[in-house]
Ligand binder design. Structure first.
Ligand SMILES: [Zn+2]
Length: 274
């Protein structure tokens, strides 16, 4: 395999795997020193082996290298007789290197086979590990999510849980008003609270919105006190106005005959109001 001939690919494979006998390793090393072409082939071979070790794809070794592994493993169970047989015989002149190294091949073949097997197993193991890792990560994430959902549910349904409303700064209650209205008597009482203060030249004005679509009827002026409260008791209004709603606007101090938008408070009357 050495000498004038270039080194066969399968031997380069074995050389790259350090699977040859020390003598053959040395011979190939010597050839490589003087042969650029074989060095290039070796580099290519080493890259293939590296890919084999790292890739998740299964890459085939050269057929020749595989066959030689198998041959040498077959030879392994009968080391003694083989060695004796070869040394007793006169070495064949065509194959001196092989005869000399045959005895060394047995442990090396086993080593090489183990190396090959461990490469293949390594790739498969890495694949299996990656798969397992991603699956268990998924399961963990799902368990995490469902545990969180469970805790949220427990909190929201626990009788001992205390519910608090948090707001920014001092709360400012919305203005509101309650009114009682008796159309047949022309009687009305309004009680308002939390009204926003208004300028001295302004007033709040109450309006009755007739159900028949006529224009709103003014129903009295009022101003809030310091606390925002105001009362309007029995203002002077005509009797018999069927109302669909009451509304409050802000008007100039003397009041208006028609409301100025916006309506700051409004409420619809129940349909059966008389
Ligand atoms: Zn060469």
């Amino acid at each position: 395999m050495t000498g004038h001939r270039h080194i066969p690919q399968e031997d380069l494979t074995l050389y790259a795997m350090h699977a040859l006998g020390s003598e053959e390793q040395a011979q190939i090393a010597a050839h490589l020193e003087g042969c650029e072409e074989c060095r290039a082939n070796l580099a290519k071979e080493s890259a293939t082996l590296a890919l084999l070790a790292m890739s998740v794809e299964h890459r085939r070794l050269p057929e020749g290298a595989r066959n030689r592994f198998l041959e040498r493993i077959k030879a392994a169970p009968l080391p003694a007789s083989r060695v004796v047989g070869i040394t007793d015989r006169v070495p064949s002149p065509q194959r001196p290197a092989k005869a000399r190294t045959a005895s060394r091949w047995i442990p090396w073949a086993a080593t090489a086979a183990l190396l090959l097997i461990s490469l293949v197993l390594g790739v498969k193991l890495r694949q299996a590990n990656d798969e397992l890792r991603s699956k268990s990560a998924l399961v963990e994430a799902q368990a995490d999510a469902s545990q969180r959902a469970q805790r949220v549910l427990e909190l929201l349904t626990a009788p001992a849980a205390r519910h608090v409303l948090l707001t920014a700064g001092t709360p400012h209650p919305a203005p509101s008003a309650r009114a009682a209205y008796l159309a047949s008597r022309g009687a009305l009482i309004l009680e308002a609270s939390n009204l926003a203060p208004i300028a001295p030249n302004k007033t709040y004005e109450l309006w009755i919105i007739p159900a028949n679509g006529h224009p709103p009827v003014p129903a009295g002026l009022f101003r809030p006190d310091a606390a925002g409260n105001a009362h309007l008791v029995l203002p002077d209004i005509p009797s018999g106005i069927k109302a669909k709603a009451l509304g409050v606007t802000v008007e100039s101090a003397s009041g208006s005959t028609s409301p100025t938008l916006p309506i700051v408070l409004a409420g619809a009357l129940p349909a059966d109001t008389e």
